[in-house]
Design a protein around this ligand. Structure first.
Ligand code: HGY
Ligand code: MN
Ligand code: MN
Length: 420
């Protein structure tokens, strides 16, 4: 079949192969599978992450795509277009949290691969190159901050600084990259794509509760991650009178409950989470010597987020003073709210409507690589519903028809961007 460009072929009725996409999502989820669930655990740069990377890179190479790997382990696969120049790029991440589902991140990467395969099968050469990538350490759960790979990709953090980041389990990022064989030569920061679109599950309850099939994402809310170390004095749980204690655990727990009270006071969409806490020596009969915990607070309005950060810090220091303990804080991530490009948002909404899909504009509660790519090119996102709004949980689920709808919207948004 002669190569026809998208220009002269009615691509309007082109659709992806959902069975092939679901098969690949299943095959990838086998890696790091969480027994008895549909979920998987592939923390960034672990052996499981490596095995997942190897599988996806193999699929990319089997399709004769030009695959590049850079010095933070980002992998970009490019399909040639009728012209040269920066590609229209899609993608996301394939690292997960410890209680990961099979769709978070993986959908955006494998839908991109499916789109390229669909075009190849139809003998279509897009007017511009198309690319699909996965960015390293999007979750930031092992190596903070989150969206680390795409942050370095756009030049907002140096490779050297990133390589020096220590994980929660004491490893160095650069050494782990080398160990798993993904310390690549592709230049950083990378050349900006023509445009970037990320397909992702919503990971929240909005689309499902509204009965809407597609989210045309308007942006990402601000994110503030802080690690707090409270230093007290270990002592005997039985002999130490309460008035003589310097209990860092108490300050950690008081602060965690304050975070919840503050979110209730500030109201939706303010959110706050204490997701990790470690007491030392973590024994039943020892008043802890130290307590290390994390605070994740987010808001769509940066001024409210700044006020929330101030209030939490104020409470923490007052509680520490009252208990006679000391506090050290470390910022693990701080990203202002991001607004995507109106042209891409409009295109997502129009494409969904043209395919007869209900669509609504909405912000993202979760962080995404798209928020970093939006610093260098016109960027948008396509959301599909999460059943019961559940994510970062092996029970995460999105119906095949919704996966298919999202991938078909992504296909035609990318083709339209390739013509622009
Ligand atoms: O933390 C986040 O929002 C994303 O899952 N990395
Ligand atoms: Mn994600
Ligand atoms: Mn996630």
């Amino acid at each position: 079949m002669t190569n026809v460009t998208a220009e002269n072929l009615q691509t309007g009725d082109l659709r992806i192969d959902i069975d092939r996409l679901i098969d690949r999502l299943g095959a990838l989820a086998e890696i790091g599978a969480i027994e008895g669930t549909e979920g998987c655990a592939r923390l960034a740069l672990t052996d499981e992450d490596k095995r997942g990377r190897d599988l996806v890179v193999g699929w990319m190479r089997d399709r004769d795509l030009n695959v590049t790997i850079d010095a933070i382990g980002n992998v970009i696969a490019t399909m040639a277009g009728a012209t040269n120049g920066p590609p229209v790029m899609c993608g996301s991440h394939i690292d997960t949290v410890r209680t990961g589902g099979r769709y978070d991140g993986n959908l955006g990467v494998l839908a991109g691969l499916e789109i390229i395969e669909t075009l190849r099968t139809a003998g279509i050469t897009p007017p511009r190159p198309l690319a699909v990538g996965f960015f390293s350490d999007e979750e930031g759960a092992r190596f903070p901050p989150d969206m680390l790979g795409s942050l370095v990709y756009v030049g907002a953090m140096s490779v050297e600084e990133a390589h020096g980041i220590e994980s929660i389990d004491g490893a160095l990022l650069g050494e782990e990259l080398e160990r798993i064989g993904y310390l690549g030569p592709a230049p950083l920061p990378a050349a900006a794509p023509h445009a970037f679109v990320e397909l992702h599950i919503e990971q929240g309850p909005v689309l499902e509760s509204e009965g809407i099939k597609i989210g045309a994402v308007t942006g990402v809310q601000g994110i503030s991650w802080t690690e707090v170390e409270v230093i007290g004095e270990s002592n005997h749980a039985g002999t130490t009178p309460m008035a003589l204690r310097k209990d860092p655990g108490l300050v950690a727990f008081q602060t965690a409950s304050f975070v919840r009270e503050l979110t209730l006071e500030l109201g939706h969409p303010q959110v706050g989470t204490v997701g990790r806490i470690e007491l030392h020596p973590n024994l039943i009969n020892v008043v802890p010597a130290s307590a290390t915990f994390t605070i994740d607070i987010r808001h769509t309005d940066n001024n409210v987020l700044l006020e929330a950060e101030r209030r939490v810090d104020e409470f923490l220091r007052a509680a520490a003073a009252a208990e006679g303990v000391t506090v050290q804080t470390r910022t693990l991530a701080r990203f202002d709210p991001v607004t995507f490009d109106d042209r891409v948002i409009d295109l997502v909404a129009a494409t969904a409507a043209a395919q007869g899909l209900s669509v609504m504009r909405m912000p993202s509660g979760a962080g995404h690589d798209a928020q970093m790519l939006s610093r260098v090119c016109p960027t948008g996102m396509v959301f599909v519903p999460s059943v019961d709004g559940i994510s970062h949980n092996p029970a995460e689920y999105t119906a095949p028809s919704d996966l298919e709808a999202g991938a078909n919207v992504l296909l035609h948004v990318m083709l339209e961007l390739a013509r622009s």
